[in-house]
Design a protein around this ligand. Structure first.
Ligand code: NAP
Length: 357
């Protein structure tokens, strides 16, 4: 087991350096613990979720857990460890219009964003299409996150545009590059994290995102569709890292975490669901990690100074934030560009024009 300790990661004092995070799916599973740790480290965290009651419940529960954990800190630790804030944001990733509305609401509240965690996901559900015409897993895990990133990147993005001319106008002196977003706010160390999965290996051959793979038996092909969505997410962060080199973009596999809601469709199937449940419990006992441990790859990639833009942009991290090589398909630059182009084209076709990516 890893010796990862989130308490060793940097803490931010919101009165000195207010840092803002938006996370999708922060109300349950791994996302819940990711929010807890960011809150404990001083972040203003927006939990973007589709059910506001569940989000409110999570916020209340995280506050209680944070009080409990802080009660175990020493006095000197309390002086250096600052609590952040938590906020709700309405978003349903099954609807592109909802993504648009969420980003508008967010922009009314915040003028900058340091950390975007694309965490929400569904897995192994029956074949279905959203009203936007995408397969449900593809839209929830990948397409909506692509649109969300496009709409928010100008709040975190570093436009290397303004060159500060030094007072003396001495052209021999080196000019400083001012890194700021469109509101002129300097964004220090912006990061985008896509929560992918080891399941991206299910997409083991070169696929087209256009293909629906709606064949019998669903239990096999649904996993392939999930794999495609998670593979596309890794490709997305790799291409982001190339196109937006001043933002650290990485993807993670949290670990095998069998007590989240992710597997609920499988465990609720009539009869066979019980078999799945027993299998998952046995599997989790030997190979699984807890929900909190499952959050550590995201937590490390969010906060650690050891992961930096010059060496690590575009990388893939596994459980506890250990670097890992993704599949051949996920790593392929040509395929990644193809997925990117397809996504832009499909979103444009639906009137959700991609402007900033
Ligand atoms: N658990 C694992 O072993 C494992 C392994 C590899 C990767 N992952 C990835 O880790 C991420 C988190 O999964 P988890 O295990 O923590 O599962 P989880 O407990 O089911 O959490 C998923 C989160 O996504 C949200 N979500 C789902 N559909 C949404 C939608 N249409 N709009 C907005 N939010 C939506 C859920 O909100 P509701 O509560 O409203 O449903 C929930 O907050 C997923 O991307 C998953 O693919 C998990």
């Amino acid at each position: 087991m890893s010796s990862f300790d989130p308490n060793l990661l940097p803490y931010y004092n919101p009165d000195v350096e207010r840092r803002v995070c938006l996370i999708t799916g922060g109300n349950s599973g791994l996302g819940y613990y990711t929010v807890l740790h960011l809150y404990l480290h001083g972040y203003a965290v927006y939990l973007a979720g589709r059910n506001q009651q569940l989000v409110s419940n999570a916020i209340e529960s995280i506050k209680k857990e944070a009080i409990l954990r802080r009660s175990k800190y020493t006095h000197s630790q309390l002086e250096k460890r600052f609590l952040g804030t938590m906020h709700r944001l309405q978003i349903d990733l099954l609807s592109l219009d909802s993504v648009e509305l969420a980003t508008k609401e967010f922009k009314q509240k915040e003028k900058y964003l340091h950390l975007l965690i694309l965490n929400a996901g569904i897995m192994a559900v029956p074949y279905n299409k959203t009203n936007d015409g995408f397969e449900v897993q593809l839209q929830t895990c990948y397409i909506s996150h692509f649109l969300l990133t496009d709409r928010l990147i100008d709040l975190m993005s570093s436009v290397e545009s303004d060159v500060k001319v030094n007072e003396s106008n001495d052209k021999t002196e080196k000019c400083d590059i001012v890194i700021c977003n469109k509101f002129g706010t300097v964004i220090k160390d912006p990061r985008i994290i896509f929560v992918s999965s080891i399941g991206h290996w299910f997409a083991f051959f070169h696929y087209s995102l256009d293909y629906q793979y709606n064949y019998f038996p669903n239990i096999i092909f649904t996993l392939f569709r999930y794999g495609m969505a998670k593979c596309a997410g890794i490709q997305f962060t790799k291409t982001l890292a190339k196109r937006h080199p001043s933002i650290l973009s990485v993807s993670v596999h949290p670990g095998i975490v069998l007590n989240t809601n992710l597997f609920s469709h499988l465990t609720h199937l009539p009869l066979i669901g019980t078999i799945f449940w027993v299998f998952f419990q046995i599997f989790a006992w030997f190979l699984g990690v807890t929900n909190e441990e499952g959050s550590f790859s995201s937590v490390r990639c969010s906060l650690s100074d050891d992961i930096d833009i010059s060496n690590d942009n575009g990388k893939f991290y596994s459980t506890f934030g250990i670097e890992m090589t993704p599949s051949r398909i996920a790593s392929n630059e040509k395929y990644s560009e193809e997925s990117w182009a397809w996504t832009v084209q499909e979103l444009n076709k639906r009137g959700h024009n991609i402007n900033s990516l």
